[in-house]
Design a protein around this ligand. Structure first.
Ligand SMILES: NC(=O)c1ccc[n+]([C@@H]2O[C@H](COP(=O)([O-])OP(=O)(O)OC[C@H]3O[C@@H](n4cnc5c(N)ncnc54)[C@H](O)[C@@H]3O)[C@@H](O)[C@H]2O)c1
Length: 332
């Protein structure tokens, strides 16, 4: 496919603003229209980027956009993804691919039958440090990877529409909403499926199971330790620490914020965006648009995102029951 790619953005909340900024770094990509159940939020992004406001997904599809970018809460991912794929569009859907495994299976079936691409926003793979570390590990620089530690700790995010992030039935809490990035990254670096998961979690004022520590065993014998919290003091900010240890050495890095820059507007709103730090979203979106032009493959195939979802759901089950989850036998 050559020529302009038009995008319809479904959901106009926090991450949609980041995506809309990131489109600007992909030449030949135009945000055509935005839909959100809260019209004012769609208007805000549409005004900033010269796009139309439409009422819903079906109006986006009627406009004939090439790509649907789904930035709604996870419980609204499956139906929108399936409808857009069936309409023949390329779809980028934010992580986690869906809220449940039943929904994930429906999405996989729709993706298999559709002419368009489906890629999932497992953006940790696109952080320049994360990507370089993975490339170095894959090239054998630190020998055989045996252990990976990934820690993301912050306070309960406060921005979500109607507070859905604080509702475990919608977000899955930090183990699904946030640690799914770590599970996805660890699986991608280690290059082998997760086979066993054990999680311990504690409650806090931010909700049940909001301090979490998970260990994962992979088929090739490697192990990962995933620390994730929404219960750390807000004043401390978002901290990330990562270590990849192999038989010949170690790669490690850390930082205090995931996003390169924040745009503070005079009307009191603030928006995260990528441009200042050239961080992950610009890379994620440009890789996706390039794949649409090339006819595939999707940069983060749905089947890989389903594995990451399943590992996160297993961690939740382990935290709830106190049992280690054997992913080879576990049925969900
Ligand atoms: N990759 C990352 O690092 C990252 C960071 C934050 C959020 N996310 C993901 O992005 C998605 C959105 O999260 P957010 O933080 O932007 O939430 P948000 O609450 O800020 O925005 C979601 C928007 O979707 C709208 N919406 C809900 N249902 C809708 C529907 N059926 N049709 C149209 N609009 C609908 C809401 O009104 C809201 O404006 C989630 O899946 C979340 O996990 C990813």
């Amino acid at each position: 496919m050559t020529g302009e790619l038009t995008v319809g953005l479904l959901g106009a909340g926090m991450i949609a603003g980041v995506h809309a900024h990131a489109y600007r770094d992909s030449p030949g990509v135009r945000l055509a229209a935005v839909a959100d159940t809260v019209r004012g939020k769609a208007e805000r992004i549409a005004d900033r980027h010269g796009a139309k406001v439409v009422p819903d997904l079906y109006a986006l599809l009627d406009l004939g956009v090439d790509v649907v970018d789904i930035c709604t809460p996870p419980t609204a991912h499956a139906d929108a993804t399936i409808a857009a794929l069936r309409a023949g569009r390329h779809v980028l859907c934010e992580k986690p691919i869906t809220r449940t495994m039943d929904e994930a299976r429906r999405v996989l079936a729709a993706a298999d039958a559709a002419p368009g691409l489906l890629s999932i926003g497992q953006v940790a793979r696109y952080g320049p440090d994360h990507r370089l570390a993975r490339d170095l590990a894959a090239s054998g620089e630190i020998g055989l990877v045996r252990m990976l530690s990934h820690s993301t700790t912050t306070s309960l995010p406060g921005w979500s529409e109607g507070g859905w992030l604080a509702d475990p039935a919608t977000s899955g809490g930090p183990l699904l909403d946030q640690a799914v990035h770590s599970f996805d990254y660890a699986r991608w670096v280690i290059g082998s499926p997760a086979v066993r998961v054990h999680c311990m979690a504690a409650d806090s004022d931010a909700g049940a199971l909001t301090y979490t520590l998970t260990t994962v065993r992979y088929e090739n014998g490697a192990i990962a330790h995933i620390e994730c919290s929404w219960a750390h003091p807000a004043s401390r900010g978002f901290k990330l620490r990562a270590e990849i240890t192999g038989t010949d050495g170690q790669l490690s890095w850390d930082y205090d914020h995931m996003i390169g820059g924040v745009l503070h507007a005079h009307d009191g709103d603030s928006e995260w965006w990528d441009v200042l730090g050239d961080r992950e979203f610009t890379h994620e979106l440009s890789a996706f648009f390039q794949a649409c032009r090339d006819g595939g493959p999707p940069p983060v195939p749905a089947v890989e995102a389903v594995e990451s979802l399943r590992t996160a759901l297993a961690a939740l089950e382990s935290a709830r029951t106190g049992q280690t989850i054997d992913l080879i036998r576990w049925e969900l």
